[in-house]
Design a protein around this ligand. Structure first.
Ligand code: TRP
Length: 440
């Protein structure tokens, strides 16, 4: 298991999955095809390829519920049928290190979204959170990214919280998931979205709209599709859940009418996008296929792509105070430096495996020239491992101070959330467009 997923860009934590991964060994994890007996046309070229079961080859496996082995990001694209982001596409996004440095490195149908944004036509972002515990630094990056896009081009942003999913997937009580959802909502509100253009949707709390739409979607999803994409579900709840996440991705269009939607997320969530695109392609609902912007995993404390057996190295939480950040980085962040000072001065360190440097590269040092200088001085031995950690600690602490200030300024959760919830009109529009009758 890589601990890179420990605080992936919003990926699920595979370590907590109650199901023995060996149980899945004979399923086709990578194959996102729909039931071959289905007569619908799928237009995604990636949806028709055949792949081998990684369980047989010993290679990495990535599904929404398990990330194992060394992640080969390029190979995943070939498997999933997504495209690397082109320079032209990257240039058309509002400037952010996450795209410039290809942390978001691949996508599907990115141009349709960018065209609409450039032309001032309706365009939306959906990026969600599975509330299974406190949010780490990596979890929050897609939301700051979404806010950046909202500020730059007026994107509508939908933030679904899949409390049902985490109840099904983890060994947690509903109460524990609910408590996590409430805490996570405070962090998500602290990002500072525009209430006019942002909707938070909680699966259980907004079931009046989520459930009927999910039922419409579920009718076009076969158990074979679900199993081929996610593996054998441990309970029927998780077997149904892909219909719920597909609903999240379609909601902006069901509320506001057909338009390009982009889903920025860690690459392990791509199977959900593929399933949703298949259903959108059936044309039973008045929607076009959502696009995706796929991100790399935020480095875990033990290093990017590093294997670890026992993972007690703690991730940095959004609620950590400066001393805690300092302690976690100083004592747990894997260093690419040399073990003794003389050797480091002589041979230099390796920023590519240095977790403190990777924190800076992912997000926390926005200036490219500065980042290059830091990497250069690390390699030539003039910048020491402790100094690298100091830089990361400073930047992360500044970021968290701002985030925590906004979080602390929030009042009662219900009141703060209210302007971000679907209005009655939006709920009935979504149901009407889905062809769900209102009863009574
Ligand atoms: N399933 C995601 C997770 O496990 C959370 C999520 C729910 C999500 N709906 C989404 C992510 C829509 C992206 C888009 O973390």
């Amino acid at each position: 298991m890589t601990d890179t997923t420990d605080d992936a860009l919003e990926s699920s934590d595979p370590n907590d999955h109650p199901t023995d991964p060996d149980e899945h060994s004979d399923s086709d994890y990578d194959d996102g095809t729909t039931d071959p007996g289905d007569t619908r046309e799928t237009t995604d070229p990636g949806d028709t390829r055949e792949t081998t079961d990684p369980g047989d080859t010993g290679e990495a496996m990535v599904t929404p519920y398990a990330v194992e082995g060394e992640v080969d990001y390029d190979r995943l694209l070939a498997e999933f049928g997504a495209d690397p982001l082109t320079d032209d596409q990257a240039d058309r996004f509002p400037d952010t290190p996450l795209v410039r440095r290809r942390i978001f490195y691949a996508g599907r149908d990115v141009d349709r979204y960018l065209d609409a944004a450039a032309a001032g036509r309706p365009h939306s972002i959906v990026t969600g959170r599975g509330p299974s515990g406190p949010m780490h630094l990596g979890h929050v990056l897609p939301f700051y990214f979404a806010k950046r896009l909202q500020d730059a081009t007026g994107a509508t942003v939908y933030v679904p919280l899949s409390d049902d999913e985490k109840y099904f997937a983890k060994d947690l009580s509903f109460e524990a998931v609910g408590a996590a959802a409430r805490e996570n909502l405070r962090d998500l509100l602290a990002v500072g979205f525009d209430p006019e253009r942002t909707r938070f949707v909680v699966d259980t709390a907004d079931a009046d709209v989520v459930y009927p739409v999910a039922a419409r979607v579920a009718k076009y999803l076969t158990p074979a599709t679900v199993e081929a994409t996610y593996g054998d579900p441990p309970n029927v709840g998780l077997g149904f859940y892909p219909a719920v996440q597909a609903t999240h991705l379609l909601l902006p269009q069901l509320v506001d009418g057909e338009h390009p939607t982009l889903v920025p997320t860690a690459v392990d969530q791509d199977p959900h996008v593929r399933v949703c695109r298949d259903v959108a392609g059936t044309e039973h609902l008045p929607v076009s296929k959502p696009g995706a912007l796929l991100g790399k995993f935020f480095p875990g404390p033990s290093g990017p792509g590093k294997m670890s057996t026992s993972d007690d190295a703690p991730s940095i939480l959004l609620t950590d105070d400066p001393e805690t950040v300092e302690r976690k980085v100083r004592t747990h962040a894997y260093s690419g430096g040399r073990t003794d000072l003389a050797a480091h001065r002589e041979h230099g360190g390796d920023p590519t495996v240095d977790v403190a440097f990777q924190f800076l590269r992912f997000f926390f040092e926005p200036d490219d020239d500065e980042l290059d200088r830091i990497a250069r001085e690390y390699r030539d031995g003039s910048l020491l491992s402790g100094e690298m950690k100091g830089l990361a600690i400073d930047r992360i602490t500044e970021f968290l101070a701002d985030h925590q200030r906004r979080r602390a300024a929030l009042g009662d959760l219900e009141e703060e959330l209210d302007p971000f919830r679907l209005t009655d009109g939006e709920r009935s529009r979504a149901l009407r467009r889905s062809g769900v009758p209102s009863i009574p």
